[in-house]
Design a protein around this ligand. Sequence first.
Ligand code: ATP
Ligand code: MG
Ligand code: MG
Length: 559
Amino acid sequence: SNSTPPNFIKNIITEDLKSGKVKEIVTRFPPEPNGYLHIGHAKAIWINFTIADEFGGRTHLRFDDTNPVKEDVEYVNSIKEDVKWLGFDWEELHFASDYFEEMYERAIVLIKKGKAYVDDQSPDEIRATRGTLTEPGQNSPYRDRSVEENLDLFARMRAGEFKDGEKVLRAKIDMASPNINLRDPVIYRILHASHHNTGDKWCIYPMYTYAHPLEDAIEGITHSLCTTEFEDQRPFYDWVIEETEMPSVPRQYEFGRLNLTQTVTSKRKLKLLVDEGIVDGWDDPRMPTISGLRRRGVTPEAIKAFVFEAGISKAYGEIDLKMLDHFIREDLKLKAPRTMAVLDPLKVVITNYPEGETELLEAENNSENPEMGHRQIPFSREIYIEREDFMENPPSKYFRLFPGNEVRLKHAYFIKCNDVIKDEEGNVVEIHCTYDPETKSGSGFTGRKVKGTIHWVEASQAVPAEFRLYEPLIRDVQVEEGVQLDDEEGGEEKTFMDYLNPNSLKVVQGFVEPGLKDVKPQDKFQFFRHGYFNVDSKYSAPGRPVFNLVVSLKSSFQL
Ligand code: ATP
Ligand code: MG
Ligand code: MG
């Protein structure tokens, strides 16, 4: 969707424009390049780009790369690709690390004003003296160092005179503040580590909470939109802007993060799935990453319709994964050609069909979208049907093929089962049928009716194909065991790793129509009675396609 539903952020922006507080709207999407983007990020991307656009504003893509240890250019490149694929175009591209010099200068401004000091306490000591929600923290013994001494020590921190953890620079605010984030937060730490952008130029790095407001101010961001876990940081955000005397004043606003049932949305946890080999990479079609969704066959349009429906509010909520499925079906319904695929083949010989003959039957490509036209599919004496569409001893209400019963072959004829051929162990290997030429599809035959319609593929020209069938990676533990998996903490004793779904991937071999021999990665189809499938970009080979299940056809989901 190219707009956002009515929401509190738009109301704020409307007011800000009306009052003259801002002249134009500038937002940013600020990922840390420490992993691939996931569906939660899609919401943040959509909000930032779409809201700015609704007010004729602009959006920056900024890599928040202030932590050298976990960041990598592979992630930088994947993030750019994913944002573009979603259909968004940034006005400016920035790296927070390009501002390290300015951030350093602004820290000196703080020191000179007596608003920052070098602390020699260890990280453990600093943590232990922070206090609690009910107890104030304790001042550091180094808190009252002179400006001169602080300037000297900070310069020597930069020059590499100290080891990691030996010293930090802290903001000097209030160790008794009811907001723990204001109890002299650390703003610089020593880290002798190479950075993907700045190399070995720096051995001190700014902390995220200090760096982020400066990045926003440097770029002239007007509305800094983030998720509600940063709400308690807002006072420090404003403190940094004011005390460092930044000429431009961005404001932070928080919206609720996107949480989905049976879904992990944390780069750290997704990385664990990759590193442990539970999935075959960040773009495994089971991953909730943008690249995984893309490889699976989900479209940007479906993702955007989904986040639109999820809405923009401050409330915490978990959205049913089935809602995403709903929007995928909605988007593919009219776009994907409908063809036949047999995933578990059983050979059928039509004994009264002339040997060696093949005819071409006309089939519509999408019964709901006539513009997609028609194709021709071969029919002959031997076809494959789905193994589950035949039963030797069916229960009542089974209307598919069984001895003596007649069914319709989609786009073709009625066939009637006469014989069952078994191997030595008694497994059904082939069934023999007769067809009635009068019943050809489209001929207007009304002589008699059948209750079941099944799909098929002509055997001699069928294209062998692999089908990869997916279920969510995480079991529905809330339904199964009443367990609430807290996405951030992973529960008390058990984590999401204890609830992996052993059936999340099933690989089967079958056949598709001959017209699908030369499909390309990302081509999408609806396979009659099965669901929507996408050609896999990693495993498909010329003439031997591999199809990923995007989503099944059935849904119990109601909006
Ligand atoms: P993760 O915990 O997965 O690493 P993050 O919040 O640390 O996510 P960043 O790269 O720092 O990831 O996030 C970039 C932006 O995306 C931030 O503004 C963040 O608020 C937003 N974001 C991250 N996860 C979600 C989510 N589930 N829903 C909405 N926005 C999100
Ligand atoms: Mg982060
Ligand atoms: Mg995070």
